[in-house]
Write a protein that binds this ligand. Sequence first.
Ligand SMILES: [Mg+2]
Ligand SMILES: [Zn+2]
Length: 237
Amino acid sequence: MTAEPCLAVFDFDRTIVNDDSDATIINRLREKTPPPEWEGGDQDWTPYMSDVFQHAYSAGFHPADILDSIASMRPNPGMLELLRALATERWDVLVLTDANSVFVNHWLKTYGLQEAVTEVITNRAFWRNERLYIEPCMRQTTCARCPSNLCKSLALARWTQRQYGRVAYAGDGRNDFCPATSLPPNATVFPRKGYPMDDLIKKTLSSPAPLVRCKVVPWEHASTILEELFPGKYPVS
Ligand SMILES: [Mg+2]
Ligand SMILES: [Zn+2]
């Protein structure tokens, strides 16, 4: 019997789902009207998405149009089985993402996973008169590696006040590299193969002073994560 609780942290876009939720909405918008210009560089992402939502509202998108697009995103292979197994094992499951609360909660609800997820930490979104608004998850200046609206290391440190027996972290993106460097040596990090997080981890592991100290298990199919966490217990059909 495990005395201490265990924690699994998941990114959302391109990790739990195969798509990117923001890109999904931007592409839907593009079918009707050109989306706002992305200036790149130092532009913050949440104000940009706020602009996208304004454009969507002006173009006559209803909340149902946006929510249906989100619901249509497919989970990555093996993800549903993995999240259900973690719920069965009574792990704490944290979804930590630079998407927004409306998208993530709607998707989890669509797939009946709200009970399996302990908490969603993300930018807060809300409807007002059928238009979607978004607020940054945080306003941070301490981590230079991450955007001001979300450093996943800081978010994790704030949220995980308790001691965990095991910690797993699955992600794909550049912003998943920062938390990977702050995980304890007994944690396991699962970068999606061939994505930026995987490349950044490979790079640091081949350097003289690697920033990642924990075990690294790259994955393509979420059954790799399931098998690593619970060997032989949940055979994949
Ligand atoms: Mg991602
Ligand atoms: Zn950071």
